[in-house]
Structures are given as C-alpha cells and as structure tokens.
Design a protein around this ligand. Sequence first.
Ligand code: RM4
Ligand code: NI
Length: 286
Amino acid sequence: MTLMLARADYFPSDAMPVAVADRAPQPSFPPHRHEFYEIVIVWRGNGLHVLNDRPWPVTCGDIFYIKDSDCHSYESVNDLVLDNIIYCPERFKLGLDWSQLLPMDDPHHRAYWRLTTRGMALARNVIAQLEQESCKTDLLSLQLTEALFLQLALILRRYRYAVDQAWQLPEGEQLDLLMAAIQADGENPFDLALFCQHNHLSERALKQLFRQQTGMTISHYLRQLQLCRAKYLLRASDCLIGQVAARCGFDDSNYFSVVFTRETGMTPSAWRQQFEHAGRVLVHHS
Ligand code: RM4
Ligand code: NI
C-alpha cells in the first residue's frame, strides 16, 4: 500500500483551497499519493525525484505539476529546497477554466517544466503572500488565497518552458539555456565548449554560475542524467545492456557498466532484475 497524504493534515480548514508546504530542506520522502494536487517548485540543491516510476534529477528552477492520482518520492537529496503548493480544485470558487493553467484531468499533461530566473523571482514573491494568507480561515482570506494562487498559476504558465523547446526562452537566461540544451538530446554527449561558442558565453563563468545555483558541477549533473536515463531504460524497455549504454551516450558498454556499478552499487543487469517480477512499465520514448 502506498502512503496516502490526507487533506485534513495539510489544510487549515475544509474550505481552504490552497496551502503552501515549504520544504527547506526536503528530506528523502517515500512513495506517496495525495488527496490533493501539488505544484512543486525547486529553489536550490539537487536530488532524485521519482514520479510514477520515472526518475528525474532535480535542481533549482525545476517545476512539477503533480496530480492526486500520481505517485512520487524523493531520494538521494542534497540540500534540496522546494515549495509544495498544494490545492483542491473542488474548493475553487472563482469559476474559471483552470484547465488552461493546470493539468486537472488531462491524462497527457506534461508534468515537468523549468522556470526561468525571472519567473522564479516573481513566483517567490507571490508564494510568500500565499503562504501568509492561506494560514487564515476568514472569508476574505479564502478569496485572496484563491486570487494569489491564480496569479501564481499565470506566472508559471508565462515563464515556464519545456526543456525540449528552448526557442521559448527569453534572451539572457543563461542557466536556462544551458539546462535546455543539456536535456534536449540525451543520446549525444553534451559538448559544453561548443555550446558556449554558439551562444557567445564564457565557459568558465557558466561553470561557476551552474555550481553556485545547483550545488554541483556540470559534469556531475550530466552523469546523473545519463544514469537516470539508463535506469529508466533498464526498467521500462527490453533494450540490451549495450543498447542502453549507447542510448545514454556511452560509446563503450564495458565502461558504462563500470560507471553504473560504481554509482549505484549494482551492475546494470542486477539493477534490471530487481524489477523483473513486477513486469515492465509502459515506455514513452522521449
Ligand atoms: C512532503 C513531500 C510531499 C508532499 C508533502 C506535502 O514533504 O514534499 O511530496 O506531498 O510534503
Ligand atoms: Ni507529494
């Protein structure tokens, strides 16, 4: 049985539609579902977010829209700081078409986005107000909470971008540009020098900025991404180990096995075997 988080434990009253659960830090947290929806905004640090059996390495600027039917957990956290904006759609009173802004019951909604630096600054501001207002229980506070939540949902909608659609990015968002480029093509090794040359950026400054904002080096992050991709393919596909290695950007499958074993403490096939009895989950190639 997966853990189920109850509304009564997280909202101040039965009428309150939104609450802020700040996690500074977010510790490791076992797989769970909720009697509510959740928007996760990552401010700092890094960790592994497993959403419906799919691992995502997370760091600052990542946002996730979690539905009540979703199951997720946090592992290998390292100074991970995030806010959970939790909400119950049936409690909304404004009568808006929220489905333009939030996943609601769309089964194909995209759960993972990134927020630009500007978007993060604006969101931070609204969340601070939301946090105060959503603790109170009088009628005006309920209404103001919903209005602030609407404002937040609009800001996220405007400033979020999908990592595979970098052209959506406003100019000058260097870290965002880098993240998008890194994640756009998981199969080819990422060439930082080339990226910097194309975008007229200083490699040294970018490395420093990345480290400052995420608490890890670019190569550490690249390795994490490769390993997440490998774990996902091992679990969800029937690819041979050599194919998995190639699809994660390793030329040499022996070297892939060495790295995988060093980082996870298990060989790729042992890792795969753990899930053998559970059957394969559905693969969506992305
Ligand atoms: C936990 C964790 C969960 C969230 C609850 C409210 O610490 O962040 O994902 O559902 O808080
Ligand atoms: Ni949760």
